[in-house]
Design a protein around this ligand. Sequence first.
Ligand code: KG4
Ligand code: ZN
Length: 339
Amino acid sequence: MIILGIETSCDETAVSIIEVGGDDAVVVRSEQISSQVALHEAYGGVVPELASREHLQNLPLLLDSVLKEGKVSLADVNLIGVTQGPGLKGCLLMGVGFAKALSIATGIPLIGVNHIEGHILSPLLSCPNLQFPFLSLVVSGGHTEILEVRGFGEYALIARTTDDAAGEAFDKSANLLGLVYPGGPRLAELADRTGRTRFQLPKVMRESPGFSFSGLKTAISLLIDRNRALLLDESVRGEICFAVQEAIIDALVFKVEKAIRDTGIKRISVTGGVSANRALRERMSKLKGAELYLPHMRHTTDNATMIAFAAYRGYLRGNRTDLACDVFSRWPVEELAAA
Ligand code: KG4
Ligand code: ZN
């Protein structure tokens, strides 16, 4: 079965073609992403209106390109999967509108996909032997949650952030330190290069059931204010980056350890943009008695391969969206179980 995946929930336009064999083995025929980092850099963050226009321009070009690279014609495609939410509404509308038009013109069935489900299933692309149930830590720019994955489409929420997401905490701290957008990876790089710190940040709230990163943001801005004179020194900035990275990772690891104790589930996956973080991967790999499953680096940040795969699994469960495919800026993934 050949599936075309389309992802436009934020600032990456992504299109992929995958082929799934009778044994459920996935072969990626072509996957392409057009990043808008350069466009939004000048504004210090994603400008939704500009992102939408960019998606509209990129989608036909990327489709043409993946069909050529994957040596597939539209007539070979059996299913179209498109991100329906959560995300920026204007951006989602571009992907969904494009997918609907393709579906009408060709008669290929269309399935709307939950973006977070795409992230949750992404480790299965590189680790097909990952068994249910497993715990999934989803850490991206807009989401931070731990879910118990009981099966395809069966996601039970264990913990979620009550304010900022982990990626946002990375990005906002980077912004306070004057690192250019998107600051998360840049902050991580500087932290890794420095490898130590003299600064102590308060432990992120541990008692509440969810995550909270807003207190950390205040602590970081106070720390920066107090050490402004020292900030000209790159090694001091690096030490602050190291302290920030450690504080965010500590909070994530603490809650994952608790989820392992509470559920008794030892298979853990970490997904979403922040799962590209080297130090987080290393800390998670040291969790005692746990088995860690990670997506391939290129499937950590937003991509359409995970969307095509989630569409395939949805198709097997009997999901059909076709022209009723609406967009949702907010769509908690645990609500899929009830659908
Ligand atoms: O999953 P993603 O591509 O988009 C969303 O769905 O939000 O995640 C993007 C987030 C951004 O906040 C970015 O700064 C963060 O992932 N990120 C990282 C790293 N690479 C990406 N954060 C820390 N360390 C990294 N290496
Ligand atoms: Zn994402």
